[in-house]
Design a protein around this ligand. Structure first.
Ligand SMILES: Nc1ncnc2c1ncn2[C@@H]1O[C@H](COP(=O)(O)OP(=O)(O)OP(=O)(O)O)[C@@H](O)[C@H]1O
Ligand SMILES: [Mg+2]
Length: 256
């Protein structure tokens, strides 16, 4: 299991294509992030190729949400060192709204459905400014249930439907990288399977995804690769299948 990714690229320049490999589409290089004085993300590095699904795993408090927030360039935690490149764009120099314009789509754990608006209005509002992604009709093709409930208030949907709407809102923007924080949380297994199918369909369309999940086995089943975080650091970077097969690793870092 190779985890030393810190030497992969020189600081200050976009990642270079290594001989015989595809260039990294998304590259995170030695990022360090803080909530005030609290040092949380402690030198995380990893690469993703275009179209891959990466599972970002680890116990409670390992720093998964903080890492996603740093990648989306939210103010908290504050990125103090390191680089984040998406499709040759330096996200580390950007604020959240610029990172979003450059293709980062974060679906946070609380799903952020706007109260008082219908399903359709929630989707339309996501398209209020360019870059505009999928049409509302195309989102309904991916999630027929959202189409059936288009005139229903978004916050009255079931948990699974709200997750679909949250993903739909991300796709309504022209995204290059989808960041999902605990998309299966609180959902019945049959609904988890439905969302899994959708994520596989999204993958077929070439969208690159990072999925953070407590339900590690479910996340690993749809993922190509996995990284495991512990205490703000990456302790494993490899194939998703390898994590499923490595009992020791699962026991040490995932408690499954
Ligand atoms: N706003 C904040 N201010 C200060 N510390 C925070 C804040 N949010 C999270 N932390 C701390 O940062 C660490 C990592 O938290 P984070 O939420 O990133 O973990 P996580 O891996 O997503 O955990 P979980 O599986 O519980 O969602 C924890 O020690 C947490 O207490
Ligand atoms: Mg979290």
């Amino acid at each position: 299991m190779a985890i030393d990714t810190k030497e992969r690229k020189a600081p200050g320049v976009a990642p270079i294509q290594a001989k015989g490999t595809a260039p990294a589409f998304f590259s995170v290089y030695d990022i360090h992030a803080y909530y005030g004085e609290s040092y949380i993300v402690q030198g995380v590095s990893f690469d993703i190729r275009e179209g891959e699904i990466l599972a970002l795993l680890g116990r409670n408090g390992a720093g998964k949400t903080s890492t996603l927030r740093t990648l989306a360039r939210l103010d908290n935690p504050e990125l103090k060192h390191g680089e984040i490149w998406l499709d040759h764009q330096p996200l580390h120099d950007m604020q959240a709204h610029q990172a979003a314009k450059n293709g980062i789509g974060l679906v946070p754990e609380d799903r952020r459905i706007i109260p008082g608006l219908t399903v359709e209005e929630n989707l339309i509002l996501a398209q209020i400014e360019p870059p505009i992604g999928w049409s509302v009709e195309r989102i309904y093709e991916l999630f027929p249930r959202l189409g059936e409930r288009r005139n229903q208030e978004g916050v009255t949907l079931s948990g699974g439907e709200q997750q679909m709407l949250a993903i739909g809102r991300a796709l309504a923007r022209d995204i290059k990288l989808l960041l999902l924080d605990e998309p299966y949380e609180g959902l019945a297994p049959v609904i988890v399977q439905e969302i899994e199918k959708t994520l596989e369909n999204i993958k077929k369309l070439g969208i690159t995804t990072i999925i953070v999940e407590q339900n590690a086995v479910a996340a690993l089943h749809i993922s190509d690769r996995a990284i495991i975080m512990d205490m703000g650091e990456v302790v494993f970077d490899g194939d998703a299948q390898e994590v499923l097969e490595n009992e020791q690793l699962r026991h040490d870092y995932l408690a499954i």
